[in-house]
Design a protein around this ligand. Sequence first.
Ligand SMILES: [Zn+2]
Ligand SMILES: [Zn+2]
Length: 155
Amino acid sequence: MTKKNKLYNNWDLVSNIINMEFKKILKKHNKSYTKEREIIFNVIKKLHHFDYSKLQDFLERKKINIWRASIFRTLNLFLEIWILENICNRSWVLIYEYIDKNNHHEHMKCKNCGKIIEFDDEIIHKDLEEIAKKYDFKLLAHSITLEGLCEECKK
Ligand SMILES: [Zn+2]
Ligand SMILES: [Zn+2]
């Protein structure tokens, strides 16, 4: 069986429908559609906070083969078109999260155990709007990650 066939055969494990929303997003950014990109898109929506190895494990369990370089290229593309967020700014291991417009939140990351805590605060959003306004900056998106020690680790 060729690699391509294998990918297609396992396709319905990831999604049963062709994702029109995804096609629209790509089109809007002048990026081309590929099955691989769509598979990765559907997978990242299922994973919560994830790094490359978590994504790779998921694909492996579903018997989907996508080259490492191809996965990274796709993740970078998703970052570029704002459907994916990188939520750790200073670590070797990049942690990603799908940007769900209906579930916006910020993060706190424990420097010691790696735990990620989600939070959301109206005041921050108002402040960011104000700051952007002050600099005549059109705010399109933001991503905030606080680094520190969690309740357990600070003891
Ligand atoms: Zn901790
Ligand atoms: Zn999150």
